[in-house]
Design a protein around this ligand. Sequence first.
Ligand SMILES: Nc1ncnc2c1ncn2[C@@H]1O[C@H](COP(=O)(O)OP(=O)(O)OP(=O)(O)O)[C@@H](O)[C@H]1O
Ligand SMILES: [Mg+2]
Length: 230
Amino acid sequence: MKSYFVTGTDTGVGKTTITAAIAALLRKHGIDVGVMKPIATGVTQKNGFRSEDVALLHAAAQVKDDEKTVNPVFLPLPTSPYDASKILNVKIDMSPVFERYEYLAKSHQMVLVEGIGGIMTPITKDFFVADMIKQMKLETIIVTRSTLGTINHTVMTIEMCRKYQIPVKGLVINYFDENGTHAERNAPSTLHEITGLPILGTIPFVKDYQKPEVMVDIVEKNIDLNALIS
Ligand SMILES: Nc1ncnc2c1ncn2[C@@H]1O[C@H](COP(=O)(O)OP(=O)(O)OP(=O)(O)O)[C@@H](O)[C@H]1O
Ligand SMILES: [Mg+2]
């Protein structure tokens, strides 16, 4: 089975939410899915895993892999990894990232890897998320929005994938509002027309969203899982 790198057009677009829901769903269908957030930054959580994203992914996939495997690099500042490393005066070592990914790929049927920020988020001054995806040899899923501005961000993300020769499986459009503006309602068809990529799913905006299980149901109804596992 293929593994995927889930990236997005920017931070907060829904990478963790969608990745966790897909992982939970794959597990429900009896697939042994591993999860990874190679590099996380942000406020250290008081309990459990340092990164909230890692906690959500780990719980959703119901894996037993330890924190250093699921998240080899954590920097306790809500910035890009490059900025965090400069401010904290630490050097980011990428070798555990690739080693741990290889381990996870061997121990599970497939792995879902969540990126950080977008495709050109800097890890070092001259090594970006795109370089990491390329080195992991993964196909990517791009999570995007349906609000105004998404065409520009999505096309730029896809163009960078093409430049790096990263294959793109398709787009997941998050925060879709069927009663939204013309731009929002047209976003799925326009993005498909312009990019030629499959729309793997369109996920509605969920008011007062709190519970991951709600998103699992929504993803089950709106994303074609077979397209990901075949
Ligand atoms: N469809 C949705 N409806 C309502 N809320 C959502 C939806 N998708 C995501 N959210 C919420 O939006 C916020 C950002 O989502 P999420 O953390 O998944 O983004 P991300 O791309 O992983 O961000 P980061 O770049 O920080 O990793 C979260 O609070 C999440 O619960
Ligand atoms: Mg996230």
